[in-house]
Ligand binder design. Structure first.
Ligand code: G3H
Ligand code: 13P
Ligand code: ZN
Length: 327
């Protein structure tokens, strides 16, 4: 099997009460770490590429690396790894077209910051082009706080998805999945300390996700796959490790994993995770370099970095997404 769309993955995930992990990729080690975990876990997989990733690594490098991962899975593990290759936060028709023409099987058009009618218009245009080319489309309604492709969205400018808009949006655009805002947010600093409470260990606890909004959306769109962005949990042991080995990440806080597990049993079929992979990789590289100050061969420190990605992804597949063994 080569690169596939998310259509079949989402149908099974919806019916099976689990979600597919969508992990952001920027280089070879990240792709390898994620794919090694997916092969071991026999898990369906979405690899996603942001505009920033494309300008860092170039589309062609990422595409060829992903194709290599599919080929390697077949040859060395004897396993048809179903991978969907997805554009994360496409902000224009042009970037979506470029990714569709360049071999992606899925694109996101994120016009969520635009007025409703404009969001419908550009999403519909992308859907028409994508569907003509056998590619599926994720769209977004509502605005997440945090950083989206280098643009900072403040908590004040974020807004929950309005359930009363979703049926009209989906029927007018023909999109295949919908990202909604229910309180997740991008990056490793999802909430200000004053938005949180502290538990008995003094750790920040963020406000709970708005499951009422998710429920209302899924009632209005029965069987339709919902996407959650900004779903890193920012595990405190990794923040601690980063800080222990020379880093400085004060008050980093994420979405509790049990809330994401709950969302995965509901209509949420795709859960986006980037920051937790960055955090795990950085923690291990920092540790390695601090413990081996003479090391200067990038392979020496990228190896534990890659291993950290694999471990984090496997943990997500088993304990959060519930997609292990579903490929
Ligand atoms: O949602 C944003 C993703 O984490 C990608 O981040 O734009 O820095 O590549 P990036
Ligand atoms: P995190 O920053 O929470 O990992 O979210 C990633 C994301 O939503 C990518 O689109
Ligand atoms: Zn996102």
């Amino acid at each position: 099997m080569a690169i596939v769309t998310s259509k079949e993955m989402f149908r099974k995930a919806y019916d099976g009460g689990y979600a597919i992990g969508a992990f952001n990729v920027n280089n070879m080690e990240i792709i390898q770490g994620i794919c090694e975990a997916a092969i071991e876990q026999r898990a369906p997989l979405i690899l996603q590429v942001s505009k920033g990733a494309r300008s860092y690594a170039k589309h062609v490098y990422l595409m060829k690396l992903i194709e290599a991962a599919v080929e390697d899975a077949e040859q060395s593990a004897g396993f048809d790894l179903p991978i969907c290759v997805h554009l994360d936060h496409g902000d224009s028709f042009e970037i979506c077209k470029s990714c569709i023409d360049g071999g992606f099987s899925s694109v996101m058009i994120d016009a969520s910051s635009k007025p409703f009618a404009e969001n419908v218009e550009v999403t519909k245009k992308v859907v028409e082009y994508a569907h003509d080319h056998g590619v599926v489309v994720e769209a977004e309604l509502g605005t997440l706080a945090g950083v989206e492709d280098e643009v900072k969205v403040s908590a004040e400018d974020s807004s929950y998805t309005r359930p009363e808009e979703v049926e009209e949006f989906v029927s007018k655009t023909g999109c295949d999945s919908l990202a909604i805002a229910i309180g997740t947010s991008h990056g490793a600093y999802k909430f200000k300390p004053e938005q949180c409470t502290r538990n008995e260990k003094g750790i920040l606890v963020p406000p709970p996700l708005r499951f009422d909004v998710l429920e209302e959306v899924s009632k209005r769109l029965p069987g339709f796959p919902i996407v959650l962005h900004g779903s890193s949990s920012v595990p405190q042991e990794f923040v601690k490790k980063v800080n222990e080995f020379g880093g400085k990440m004060p008050d980093a806080v994420g979405i509790p994993e049990e809330q994401l597990r709950k969302a995965a049993t509901m209509a949420v079929c795709k859960i986006n995770i980037d920051s937790d992979l960055r955090l795990a990789m950085t923690a291990n590289i920092r540790e390695y370099l601090c413990e081996h100050p003479d090391a200067f061969d990038p392979r020496q420190y990228l190896k534990p970095g890659r291993a950290a990605i694999k471990e984090m992804v496997a943990h997500k597949m088993v304990d959060v997404l519930g997609c292990s063994g579903k490929a």
